[in-house]
Structure formats: structure tokens, C-alpha cells
Ligand binder design. Structure first.
Ligand code: HEM
Ligand SMILES: *[C@@H]1O[C@H](CO)[C@@H](O)[C@H](O)[C@H]1NC(C)=O
Ligand SMILES: *[C@@H]1O[C@H](CO)[C@@H](O)[C@H](O)[C@H]1NC(C)=O
Ligand SMILES: *[C@@H]1O[C@H](CO)[C@@H](O)[C@H](O)[C@H]1NC(C)=O
Length: 335
């Protein structure tokens, strides 16, 4: 009798804990998420991504940026990947149709789409596009010489993507460092993490339209450019960007010194007036962010450690797990 009672007691306690766990704790991301359902997932992604990067070296920077934009607009849910061509006229234009769509780089979308196709052959309907993007970003930083980190998995994909959600979710080059810090804080990221993540501008490029405002019309300084710019650099930029209105594709490396290496040179550039975007220069001017620029400029290990940690945190922003979201069959469409 006593044992029976006790057993029932234990049983109901276990049931209670189970129910409580199901209700209270949202499912968490885990590095082993696909261990049983798709054990080769990481390997499949890294093979496809490495081949794509070999064939087209601009893939890495583009994909890194794509991941950032995905996570800042409604969380890391692959909503940024939906092609405007895939949606019907009855649904709103997807995020990619927004003005800041920034000529998001075609190779980055292609890289993710290819990895997803390979996964759909190996384990159909299992691995989310959001996870593919997180893995691809990690792999590509490593291929450029940057740090590696474990990617927690289990994100689910958005079943909607709306260009109207983009407004106000992404930093703009004309924002003050304080305004950017507020925006990052709203995603749970501290100034230190913001500065570490901005180190992504050690690779890739920007279109002249993104910084042309710094090259003309400034009243201070004899030449009319932003006095925070190194004068020789400013003159070189004017020459390179001279025809950008006629040809808006003209672009300049974000890190003019070592454009293809994932290293700490981006931070070294800032105090020398070699930051390309006004938002880069702003990180040097604002004391709460300047301390981290100084730290990372002087210490690559510190930058790599903090970048890796911040990317893991970025990858958890607003994620959909458990019964939220869907596993899309294609990354460039909602079905
Ligand atoms: C802090 C505020 C930020 C601002 C204002 C900003 C703004 C920009 C702008 C305007 C461009 C040029 C886009 C173009 O002309 O095509 C750019 C490029 C880029 N951004 Fe940022 N960004 C910020 C933070 C980040 C973060 C946190 C990451 C990633 C972790 C990132 C990764 C990149 C990369 C890799 C590129 C080069 C893209 C390519 O070459 O295709 N940015 N960013
Ligand atoms: C979005 O980017 C594409 C280039 O990738 C460009 O053709 C298109 O005009 C852009 N859309 C808007 C609304 O700016
Ligand atoms: C920043 O630029 C955007 C468009 O690129 C504009 O809508 C916004 O008003 C600008 N903000 C400031 C503070 O100048
Ligand atoms: C560089 O940063 C790493 C990691 O934070 C730290 O352990 C190391 O002591 C730093 N090195 C120097 C020279 O400050």
C-alpha cells in the first residue's frame, strides 16, 4: 500500500514536471539538434558553401551581411531569403523588396539555396533555412581566416516575409553611435557586442551611394569632404566614385587595407580616417564604443573571441523554435 502510494506520487510528480517543462521552458537551440534526423547536415552545408566560395569569393561577405539582416528583422528565421519573384500579388512584398534591400548579393542567396537543395536530397523537410544561413555564415568567416564557433541549431523558418517589417529594424549609415547602440540593445546586444559585430566590415564592399554624402558638401575643411575622413582617402574615393550616379554598381572595399582578410584591420583603420561608412567613423567618435575599437585594433585574439561570442548571440535573436514557424522546402519561397 505504502509503495503503491509512493509510486503514484512519483508518477504524478514526473507528469507534473513534464507538463511544466513543456509549458514553461521554450525549446532551446542545441548544437546536436539534427544528430538523429540529419547527422550529416553540417558537413553537407560546409561542402556546398566551400565550393561556392571557391567559385565566387564575394559569397562570404554577402552571406555574413544576409545573416545579420535576417536576425535583425523579426529574428533569425530566413524571412530575408524570400524572393520577391516567388510571392504572388496577393501577399505583401517580402523583406528583400524593401528599399534597404541593399542590392543584397545574389551569390549569398544562391549559396544558401544550393546548401538547402543538397539537404533536401539527404534529409527532406528537416533542416531549416534559418539554420543553413547560420551555418553558412560561420563556415565562411572561417574560410576568410576568421574565428570559428559552434552553431546552436533548431531555428524554424518564417511562414511570412513583409518588406514593411524592415523599416526601423536595421542600422543606417547616418545613425549616431548612440542610436545604433539603442537599436542593438533592443535586440539584446551590448555596445561591446555591437562593435565586435561591426568588425564584419573587415570584408566586403559598399556601394558609393552609401557614403557619397561624406565626399561632398561639407562646409568645414577646405575640400568639402567629411573632416573625419583621411584627406588622401577622401580624394581617392571621389575619383573611384566619380561615375556612380550613372553606374550605381560602383563599389569600394569596406577595409581598403586588407579587403579580403577577416582580421582586425577594420579597427586600425578607424582612428586613421579610413573607415568607409559614416557609421564606421561614428564608432570611433563615441567614447562607449571607442574603447572596444581600441581593444580590438590592438588585439586580434580579443576581437576573434568577442566576434565568435557575439555571432552566437546574434544567431539566437528572436528565433522561432518548437511549434513556432515552419521548415520551408525552399529558402527562396514561402512554401
Ligand atoms: C553597425 C551598424 C551597421 C551599419 C550601419 C551597416 C551598414 C552597411 C552598409 C551600408 C553596407 C554596404 C551595403 C552595400 O552597399 O551593398 C554594409 C556592408 C556590409 N555589412 Fe554592414 N552595417 C552594420 C553592421 C553590420 C554587421 C553587424 C554585420 C555582420 C555581422 C555587417 C556585415 C556587413 C558585410 C559583410 C558587408 C559587405 C557586404 C558585401 O560585400 O556584399 N554589417 N553594411
Ligand atoms: C532591390 O535590389 C535590386 C537589386 O538586387 C534592385 O534591382 C531593386 O531595385 C531593389 N529594390 C528596391 C525597392 O530598391
Ligand atoms: C537617414 O537616411 C534615411 C534614408 O536613407 C532617411 O530616411 C532618414 O531620415 C535619415 N535619418 C537622419 C537622422 O538623417
Ligand atoms: C588579448 O586578448 C586576449 C583575450 O581577451 C587576452 O587573453 C590577452 O591577454 C590579450 N593580449 C594582450 C597583449 O593584451
Amino acid at each position: 500500500m505504502g509503495t503503491l502510494l509512493r509510486r503514484r506520487h512519483i508518477f504524478s510528480l514526473a507528469l507534473f514536471l513534464l507538463l511544466a517543462a513543456a509549458q514553461a521552458a521554450p525549446p532551446r537551440l542545441s548544437p546536436n539538434y539534427y544528430r538523429h534526423s540529419c547527422p550529416r547536415a553540417e558537413r553537407i552545408v560546409s561542402d556546398v558553401i566551400a565550393a561556392k566560395q571557391r567559385a565566387n569569393p564575394s559569397t562570404a561577405a554577402g552571406t555574413l551581411r544576409l545573416f545579420f539582416h535576417d536576425c535583425f528583422v523579426n529574428g533569425c528565421d530566413a524571412s530575408v531569403l524570400v524572393s520577391p519573384l516567388s510571392t504572388s500579388s496577393s501577399t505583401p512584398p517580402p523583406e528583400r523588396a524593401a528599399e534597404i534591400n541593399l542590392s543584397l548579393p545574389g551569390d549569398a542567396f544562391d549559396a544558401v539555396d544550393r546548401a538547402k537543395s543538397a539537404l533536401e536530397s539527404a534529409c527532406p523537410g528537416v533542416v531549416s533555412c534559418a539554420d543553413v544561413l547560420a551555418l553558412a555564415a560561420r563556415d565562411l568567416v572561417g574560410l576568410l581566416g576568421g574565428p570559428r564557433w559552434p552553431v546552436a541549431l533548431g531555428r524554424r523558418d518564417a511562414a511570412r516575409s513583409d518588406a514593411r517589417d524592415v523599416d526601423g529594424s536595421l542600422p543606417r549609415t547616418n545613425m549616431s553611435a548612440r542610436a545604433m547602440a539603442r537599436l542593438f540593445a533592443s535586440k539584446g546586444l551590448a555596445p561591446r557586442e555591437m562593435v565586435a559585430l561591426a568588425g564584419a566590415h573587415t570584408v566586403g564592399f559598399s556601394h558609393c551611394a552609401e557614403f557619397a554624402g561624406r565626399l561632398y558638401g561639407f562646409r568645414h575643411g577646405s575640400d568639402g569632404f567629411d573632416p573625419r575622413l583621411n584627406p588622401e582617402f577622401a580624394r581617392a574615393l571621389r575619383r573611384s566614385c566619380a561615375g556612380y550616379r550613372a553606374d550605381p554598381t560602383v563599389s569600394i572595399f569596406n577595409d581598403v587595407v586588407t579587403p579580403r582578410d577577416f582580421d582586425e584591420t577594420y579597427y586600425k583603420n578607424l582612428p586613421r580616417g579610413l573607415g568607409l561608412l559614416a557609421s564606421d567613423a561614428a564608432l570611433w567618435e563615441y567614447p562607449p564604443t571607442r574603447v572596444f575599437v581600441q581593444r580590438y585594433a590592438a588585439n586580434r585574439t580579443a576581437f576573434f573571441q568577442d566576434f565568435a561570442a557575439a555571432m552566437q548571440k546574434l544567431g539566437a535573436v528572436g528565433v522561432k523554435t518548437g511549434r513556432q514557424g515552419v521548415i520551408r522546402r525552399r529558402c527562396d519561397a514561402l512554401d
